[in-house]
Design a protein. Sequence first.
Length: 194
Amino acid sequence: MAKAPDNAPIITVRSRTELHGWLAAHHTDGQTVWLAYFRKHHTDHLSYEPLVEELLGWGWIDSLPRALDADRTMLLIAPRKATSAWSAINKAHVARARASGAMTPAGEAKIAAAQASGMWDFLDDVERLEVPRDLAEALAVKAARATWDGFPRSIRRGALEWLKMAKGPETRAARIADIADSAAEGMRPKPFRR
């Protein structure tokens, strides 16, 4: 999802049922919105997992979180793009949504389109932490493979996705260099440093 629009409307939901109703009415609008929901201390708290299952059930996706006030937090949500790759986490949410009956024809259509385009399986190698040949060679040249292998799984997975999502060969080469150079210096790749 693109940079967060500060002027996107904010909708507040108090339950999964309210979110379901809003998505039923607006899932074809194509508009990015901030979805506000109540924090754990509030009686109307909606936890993240059912929220995401509901979004995916309608063919929507969440991205950027942001605090709203003392009682509410929010997520930027939008219809899922055809070029959006599916993570293992979102596939697991889909499986739960299917099991609970939360998947709608709109959500199933997004999945069918992703399967037809290859975006459903696009990140499978990333999820398996398979290091592509060009990155493996760069890590070998820098004698940094052991450092790479010592990074937490989440960092390796994130870096592999970052690399795979590079739009062109120059960007890919720059990302490989960053990953290998950073590992050689004992650091995480730049986007994953704290």
